[in-house]
Design a protein around this ligand. Sequence first.
Ligand SMILES: *Cc1c(COP(=O)(O)O)cnc(C)c1O
Length: 489
Amino acid sequence: MSSPLLNGSTVPHLMRAVTTATAAGAARLAAADIPHSPADHDQLRSMFDRVDLNEHLRDLDSAIDEIDRLWLQHAVWFHHPQAIAHLNCPVALPAVAADALAATVNTSMDTWDQSKGATLIERKILAWTAEQIGFPREADGMFTPGGTTSNLQALMLARDESLEASGRIPGAAPRPVRAARLRILASAESHFSVVTAARILGLDDDAVVTVPVDADGRMCVAALNELVNGLEQQGLTALAVVATAGTTDRGVVDPLDEIAALCRTHKVWLHVDGAYGGGLLASTRHRGKLAGIQHADSVTIDFHKTWFQPVSCSVVMVREGRTLRHCTHHAAYLNPADTPEPNQVDRSLQTTRRFDALKIWLTLRTLGAEVIGDMLDQVIELAQQVADTLEQDPRFELVCRPSLSTVLFRWLPSDGTPPDDLVRAIRRRVWESGHATIAETVIEGRPCLKITLLNPEATHADVMSVMTLIHRAGQSLLAPSATYREAAV
Ligand SMILES: *Cc1c(COP(=O)(O)O)cnc(C)c1O
């Protein structure tokens, strides 16, 4: 029997194995005329319950057949124009190839002696990203599995800069006592990962101070100023302000220039969470929305959202590369301090780490950043067109004008039922049909429906047929006896 491992003699098996697996996925992808099958949790669960992992199927073909039946047949397809629930995007082809290539080589990014050129590719992509932000030459950054981790790493650096500065005072209190005085200021619409980060970082329960937003959902700078002054008066320390460039719901960009000026005055670290809005860096039409981002101390960008990259691919960028030293630990067996070549583990919260930079490299070298920016421009334009239509349509209420590519709205029942009461049920009914995926959220205390457009090939008609589905779902809820029929897609 040949080796089960990938090596020089099993390369023909690699080609066959990868083709078998990719072909199974590709066949389902090509056949996906709706975003997902209507199979529900109970049906899928009973299929999985019958699988005994202690028995194996002996060959890959059988295992792939099983996976096809268990998973692929019912997968959710993000290339489908009516999969518009979340920030998961259709992916750029060169990036998918990059993932297959990275798995073949199985590079780990922690040390030079496991990566060589891969480290240089990663460092060049990070330097390029810093340039796009407008950071100075001393900037650096690190790939992470997602915006949640990027935000955590940024806030950890901010915390340690702050603790280090206060620790220099003679007779300073011990570290946990100083940490208990630290506060993070983030708007009410910032991502929940900011609160998670504060907990992981061992800060106080009330460490995250909520800054009010204006009517559009943008951080209110006057309120921020008052809060920062208030903290100083109470002897507390603002360790960071988190501004969001592209809030997850309304897609708004906080006023970065003004917030940056305030942070400079008060000597507070500015972190810009651009997990969603980071794609604007590549946009020729909308780059201006990020004005001021170059003044940040750290920036999160999710390439796996608005840069059309496969999960996972995110970076945390820092204006001063030396702040990454707070992540450095020199292990004698791995990355001794005196090695002449760069060991990327010195800058990361991870040790063994995927080579996600290859996706960006192949995307830039094959397509260029402009193509990415144009695709984002198209979904921003589509969101505007959809909003225009909803404003004219008496069946719907637009909650606010879109800023990026999300659209927030409610279906208006004709019988006077409060629209808020139907949001959850409409979403579920649309989901159960398999013909579209949409999301729900709460804006200013009121539930609403939400779509996130990330498919540049989706048309206005595609989105409108989802609206028809929503309308029919709503009607069927009002008249439970009528059978619910999906819109023609
Ligand atoms: C998606 C998102 C995150 C979290 O990023 P993940 O990649 O899902 O971990 C953080 N902040 C904002 C604004 C987001 O939209």
